[in-house]
Design a protein. Structure first.
Length: 377
């Protein structure tokens, strides 16, 4: 299944290109940042352009993976629905067509006849990315396409993507917000057990090229199944990145509950309680050793946010557990799974990580954390 990994790295890079093009090309950027509301809202224009960009990236990934792995068609899911309805009650299903011209003409109907924007978008969708080199080429991965399902988050941390703040990243330092928080996430799980087994993360805006040709990305991948544990990120050296000393460093959502922050402050130096945007980005910070754990007490993340980065943490010896379940019944059996919806919920909430989560690299650190959270949040 090294072919699947190569395919996911390629489609994630294509998705990153589309994300970059939408910010680089003026006609697309205009659409991306304008929010049409009230009297300004064109009834023929379908929802927001940012939703369309998300949907088309997701459909492109679904199309390319399905073409190479037909056994996976029907098991490739994402955050967005590809059915659009405009204010006049007309609906259009957005898909990737066999030719660039056909995709452009379909997109033009959703963009109320804006053929310039439609053509630019279609070109990015049909363009092959520069080849991605990995050391994964000769791997033998014991998985069959007919066992697998996929979760796609076309662009996680959409608000950071739209806002577009440019930051220069420093090695070993957690930078809490900006374009670098936007990630393309593609996670693969076992249909039978829901275990996450292969993950690809693409960070489209990692650094600006010195020759001013625009943004360059970075990608990360992991495989964790049947005793195989591979991750493109090396395990951080103990005590690195998050600072020295024995204090635990924790990354949180800026909207985390005061009771959680209070409980954590008993084992974390104030400098080591950090905040960052993007659910996927926060898990990436744990993968990279910029924080030891990510704690979230609310059910505000979804399967498509956590599946891909979960695999990289597993491959490094850590994982992502359901916070509530872990507090109730211990760490065993509480790893998040990806195959079953929450019963009694509708829409996106069916796929929420409803009990909150803890993403960790080290089991001892997880245990230490649980002792302070138990009974205190
Ligand atoms: C969001 C995004 C948010 C995150 C939320 C995700 O996904 O990652 O940043 O909230 O949980 O669902 P927070 O930053 O508070 O952790 P999207 O941007 O794809 O809607
Ligand atoms: Ca998301």
């Amino acid at each position: 299944m090294a072919d699947l990994l190569k395919c996911l790295l390629r489609v994630a890079e294509k998705a990153a290109n589309v994300a970059r093009v939408c910010r680089q090309e003026a006609p697309l950027f205009q659409l991306l940042v304008q929010e049409k509301t009230g009297a300004d809202k064109n009834k023929k224009f379908v929802q927001d352009f940012k939703t369309l960009a998300d949907v088309i990236i997701q459909e492109m990934i679904r199309h390319d993976v399905g073409a190479q792995f037909p056994e996976m068609v029907g098991f490739i899911h994402g955050e967005e629905s590809n059915k659009f309805e405009n204010g006049l009650g007309e609906s259009v299903v957005v898909t990737v067509c066999p030719s660039e011209a056909d995709t452009a003409s379909l997109l033009s109907t959703v963009l109320d006849g804006d053929s310039t924007a439609a053509s630019l978008l279609a070109r990015a969708i049909h363009q092959d990315p520069a080849s991605i080199c990995t050391d994964a080429d000769h791997l033998s991965i014991p998985l069959q396409p007919s066992q697998l399902g996929i979760w796609i988050d076309p662009i996680d941390a959409t608000s950071q993507y739209i806002e577009g703040k440019e930051e220069e990243l420093q090695q070993g330092v957690l930078c809490p917000s900006g374009l670098h928080c936007a990630l393309v996430l593609i996670g693969v799980y076992l249909r039978g057990s829901g275990e996450p087994v292969m993950g690809v993360i693409n960070q489209p805006f990692n650094h600006k090229s010195p020759d001013s040709s625009g943004w360059r990305g970075q990608h990360f991948w992991g495989v964790s199944c049947d005793g195989l544990a591979l991750c493109s990120v090396s395990p951080p050296k103990p005590g690195s990145g998050s600072g020295s000393g024995s204090d635990l460093s924790v990354v949180l959502s800026s909207s985390e509950k005061p009771s959680v922050k209070k409980a954590l402050s008993s084992i974390c130096h104030p400098d080591k309680l950090m905040y960052a945007s993007g659910a996927g980005f926060k898990i990436l910070c744990v993968i990279q050793g910029l924080a030891d754990v990510y704690v979230l007490s609310e059910g505000s993340t979804f399967k498509w946010d956590s599946c891909a980065p979960h695999v990289l943490l597993k491959a490094l010896g850590g994982g992502v557990v359901d916070l509530n379940k872990t507090l109730e019944s211990g760490v065993n059996q509480a790893e998040l799974t990806y195959h079953q919806p929450n019963t009694g919920h509708a829409g996106a909430d069916r796929w929420a990580n409803s009990g909150g989560l803890i993403a960790y690299r080290d089991r001892d650190q997880l245990s230490k954390l649980l002792t302070v959270l138990k009974g205190n949040i």
